[in-house]
Design a protein around this ligand. Structure first.
Ligand code: CTP
Length: 435
C-alpha cells in the first residue's frame, strides 16, 4: 500500500510561487477532464534532497496529450505531441517546458515474470522506472493536492541514502541503468544497495552491454562527464569493471587519475575566472580519458561512439594540434608574449585546458594559464576603417599592419589608442617610402 502523507506544506516552503501555482493549475485542468495528474521523478526526488530542479515531469492517468492540449490552450503555450507514446511537451513562450506522459496500460510492456497485473496505471508507470528514489510522485488534483505517492520505498531509500532498483530484471530491461546508478550514487553521495550492486556485477559478468549501441554507451558516459565532479563515478566504474565496457583500452592507473584530478582543478580555475558556458567540461575529460589513444585508435573510438563530425574533429585533428603545440612549448617556452599568443591562439578553450591538465611541466602550465588570463582577450582598438581614414586603401597590407599592432601591444609596447595610431602611421609611411 502506498503511503499517502501530504507534503503540501513542504511544497509551499520549497517551491517558488510560479512553480507552485503552475502545479495547482495542472491539477485543476486535469481534474476538469476527469484525469488524475502527478508530478513525478527527478523533480520530486530533488525536492526532498533540497536540490534545485525545474524539470517538471507530469504523468496523467488518462489521456496525457488531451490534457497537454487543454492546459496549453489555457496558458497560451504550444504543444509537441507524440501520439505513438502518448507523450507531449508543453512549451511556454519564454521557453519553459513541461513533459507530460500518459499512464496507460497499453503503453507498458513488462517481462512476463513481473507481477504487474494488479497495479493501477500510475503505479505501473512508476514501476517501470529505474530506482526507488525516482519513483516518488505527488498528486496534483485539487481535492488531495500535495499527497505524496510512494509505492516502492522511495522515501525510505532517500533516508537511507540508497540507490536501489525495483526488481531483479531492471538491468536486463535497460543496461544503461548501471551507469545511471553510479552517476546518481556519486552525485547524491548515496550508496548502491547490496542487491543492486550484486546485479551490477552480474550485468558485467554476463556482458549485458553488448546489446547496447556505442551511441547509447557514450551518451551515458557523457552524462557522467557532465556531473559536477565526474571523477568518483569514473573510479567507481573502474571498480565495477565498467570502464572497459566504455573502451577496453582505458585504464584507471595513477597517471590517468592524476590527469583527471588536474583537469578538475583546471576546470574549476577556469569556471571561477570566466563563464562556464564557454567551455564544455565533458570534452576536456573525454580528451583526458582517451589521451593514450593514437590517431587510429582515437578514430575507432569516435566511430564506435558515433560521435558527431564536429566532435570527432575536436578529438582527432584539434587534439593533434594541441599535442604538437604542447611538445613545442615543452621544448622551450617562447621569450615573448606575442610568440606565446601565436602558439595558442586558435586552439579552442577545451583544448587549452586539456593541455594544462596533461602537461607534467609546471612552467608550461603557468605559461598557458598566463595566456588565458593575460593575453587571450587583448585586442587593439585600431580598426580597418581607421587605416582607411589615414588614406590607405584596403589591401593585404591592412592585415599585416593590424597584426603588427597586436604583436606590439601583446609585448607591452603600446598602451593607448594614441600609441596604436601613431605606430600605424609610421608603418604606413614606412611602407609608402619603401614601396
Ligand atoms: N529512467 C529510467 N531508465 C532510464 C532512464 C530514465 O527508468 N534508463 C526514468 C527515471 O526514473 C527518471 C525518468 O526516467 O526519473 C527521467 O529520467 P531523466 O530524464 O534522466 O531524469 P533524472 O532522473 O532527473 O536525471 P537527471 O537529474 O540526470 O536529469
Amino acid at each position: 500500500q502506498p503511503k499517502t502523507k501530504s507534503v503540501s506544506g513542504f511544497l509551499r516552503e520549497r517551491l517558488n510561487d510560479d512553480i507552485l501555482d503552475m502545479l495547482r493549475r495542472i491539477g485543476r485542468v486535469a481534474d476538469a477532464h476527469g484525469f488524475s495528474a502527478y508530478v513525478v521523478g527527478g523533480f520530486v526526488r530533488d525536492l526532498f534532497l533540497y536540490r534545485h530542479n525545474e524539470d517538471i515531469d507530469i504523468v496523467i492517468e488518462g489521456n496525457g496529450i488531451e490534457f497537454a492540449r487543454a492546459f496549453a490552450r489555457k496558458e497560451g503555450a504550444r504543444v509537441n505531441a507524440y501520439d505513438k507514446f502518448g507523450t507531449a511537451v508543453i512549451i511556454f513562450a519564454d521557453g519553459f517546458k513541461i513533459d507530460v506522459a500518459s499512464a496507460r496500460m497499453e503503453y507498458y510492456k513488462f517481462p512476463a515474470a513481473l507481477p504487474t497485473v494488479e497495479m493501477s496505471s500510475i503505479k505501473l508507470d512508476l514501476f517501470r522506472r529505474d530506482f526507488t528514489i525516482n519513483t516518488l510522485a505527488i498528486f496534483l488534483n485539487p481535492d488531495k493536492f500535495g499527497r505524496l505517492i510512494d509505492f516502492f520505498g522511495g522515501m525510505r531509500d532517500m533516508k537511507e541514502k540508497a540507490i536501489r532498483i525495483l526488481h531483479n530484471l531492471s538491468f536486463v530491461e535497460d543496461p544503461t541503468r548501471v551507469f545511471r546508478a553510479i552517476r546518481f550514487e556519486k552525485r547524491f553521495d548515496f550508496s548502491i544497495g547490496k542487491l543492486t550492486a550484486g546485479l551490477i556485477h552480474n550485468a558485467v559478468k554476463m556482458d549485458f552491454f553488448k546489446r547496447l549501441s556505442g551511441r547509447r554507451v557514450f551518451s551515458e558516459l557523457r552524462h557522467i562527464l557532465e556531473e559536477q565532479n565526474p571523477i568518483p563515478a569514473l573510479v567507481r566504474l573502474e571498480d565495477f569493471g565498467l570502464l572497459k565496457v566504455i573502451d577496453p583500452s582505458i585504464r584507471m592507473n595513477k597517471a590517468l587519475r592524476q590527469m583527471l584530478d588536474s583537469a578538475r582543478n583546471v576546470l574549476s580555475w577556469y569556471v571561477l575566472l570566466y563563464r562556464p558556458e564557454e567551455c564544455r567540461q565533458w570534452i576536456v575529460y573525454f580528451l583526458v580519458l582517451t589521451r593514450h589513444a593514437d590517431q587510429e585508435k582515437a578514430q575507432a573510438i569516435c566511430r564506435h561512439f558515433e560521435l558527431a563530425p564536429r566532435h570527432e574533429k575536436i578529438f582527432i585533428q584539434e587534439r593533434a594540434e594541441a599535442e604538437t603545440c604542447l611538445y613545442r612549448l615543452s621544448q622551450g617556452l617562447p621569450d615573448k608574449n606575442s610568440r606565446l599568443y601565436e602558439e595558442l591562439n586558435g586552439l579552442r578553450m577545451e583544448l587549452i585546458l586539456y593541455m594544462m591538465a596533461v602537461t607534467s611541466r609546471d612552467d608550461v602550465r603557468r605559461a598557458i594559464s598566463f595566456y588565458v588570463t593575460d593575453l587571450k582577450d587583448i585586442r587593439i582598438s585600431v580598426k580597418g576603417k581607421d587605416l582607411q581614414k589615414m588614406g590607405l586603401s584596403p589591401s593585404p597590407l591592412f592585415g599585416r599592419i593590424l597584426r603588427t599592432l597586436l604583436r606590439e601591444k601583446l609585448d607591452g609596447r603600446l598602451q593607448t589608442r594614441h600609441d596604436e595610431l601613431e605606430l600605424a602611421r609610421r608603418l604606413i609611411d614606412g611602407r609608402e617610402t619603401a614601396g
